[in-house]
Ligand binder design. Structure first.
Ligand code: UTP
Length: 299
């Protein structure tokens, strides 16, 4: 039965080890791209798709995320007193209007599938839900990736998974989907295959809309690779029962900010697009002598 999509799960309980030492005391999701933490972009992408309840799956070390979306009375009254209206504006819509944020602790980092399962008591048994991975930034000047997927979900009434082409020699870094037909019906999912094993070069990119059945299947998903409860395993079970479509994000660009290179690329490109910074940052980048700037040999 079709139900409107209003809930999204954002798992933020991982330890972010690829960004150490930066993420020792600061959540990875609070690292900034230009002037906003990653998580703020993700929450706004969800809101644009019509999501009204965002469930953060979190950890005791991640309180800064909840604080970021909470009111800071002292700061607001100081800015108001000193008539710093532009700075007030910068914090006014951190939580998009009409959006509730719900935090649930994941007691142990037992995998992405387990993190999603931690939200099972706030997603009704007949309710679809979205999942957004916060380290993937999806830039679009108008309609974000999840909003595009939500439109498609309204037509197909079944699970929709964002897919993206990756170079064939890099398939071993991603979950890869085997698809059939022009409508990208997913027939198989392979976690980090070798280029020889890979059924395609379409990788799963961190945006999903699932039918309620996925949550039920997660409840019986056994620990898989690395002893973790893997989302991919529950998705493979879902494929045996229901149609699942791949979806290629149109007119935008994704950045893998869970990785240093992708994070730096996002910062450079978001800064170049920024209405205030873009022009001077462009001048600065054009002035760089790249022959001078080379990695220093480590001792
Ligand atoms: P990652 O595999 O990127 O893990 O998880 P990580 O810990 O964030 O980062 P690295 O690899 O150590 O640098 C993908 C997403 O799933 C969440 C993470 O927070 C991230 O958003 N996750 C993963 C959980 O919430 N709980 C888990 O048990 C595992």
């Amino acid at each position: 039965m079709y139900r409107k999509l209003t809930k999204a799960i954002i798992p933020v309980a991982g330890l972010g080890t690829r960004f150490l030492p930066a993420t020792k005391a600061i959540p990875k999701e609070m690292l900034t791209v230009v002037d906003k933490p990653l998580i703020q972009y993700i929450v706004h992408e969800a809101a644009q798709a019509g999501i009204t309840d965002i469930i953060l799956i979190t950890h005791s070390s991640k309180n800064a995320i909840e604080n970021h979306f909470d009111t800071h009375y002292e700061l607001e009254s100081k800015l108001l007193e000193s008539a710093k209206h532009d700075r007030l504006d910068a914090i006014a819509d951190i939580t998009p209007p009409g959006v509730n944020l719900i935090s649930i602790r994941q007691p142990e980092a037992l995998g992405l599938g387990h993190a999603i399962l931690c939200a099972s008591h706030v997603v009704a048994p007949d309710e679809p839900f979205a999942v957004l991975l916060p380290d993937v930034l999806m830039y679009h000047p108008q309609q974000g990736c999840l909003a595009q997927m939500a439109e498609y979900y309204k037509q197909v009434h079944t699970s929709v998974v964002a897919l993206e082409q990756v170079p064939s020699d890099q398939v071993d870094k991603y979950g890869i989907a085997a698809v059939k037909d022009a409508d990208l019906r997913i027939v198989d999912l392979v976690e980090k295959p070798t280029p020889e094993e890979a059924p395609s070069n379409l990788s799963v990119v961190g945006r999903y809309i699932f039918t309620p059945r996925l949550m039920q299947l997660l409840k019986s998903t056994k620990p898989g690779k690395g002893g973790e409860i893997q989302l991919t395993d529950a998705m493979a079970d879902l494929l045996n029962e229901q149609v699942m479509f791949g979806f290629e994000f149109k007119g935008g660009k994704s950045y893998d900010c869970g990785d240093k290179q992708g994070f730096l690329e996002a910062n450079v490109e978001y800064a170049l697009r920024d209405p205030q910074l873009g022009s001077s940052f462009h001048t600065y980048l054009s002035s760089l002598d790249l022959t001078e700037l080379k990695p220093k040999k480590s001792k």
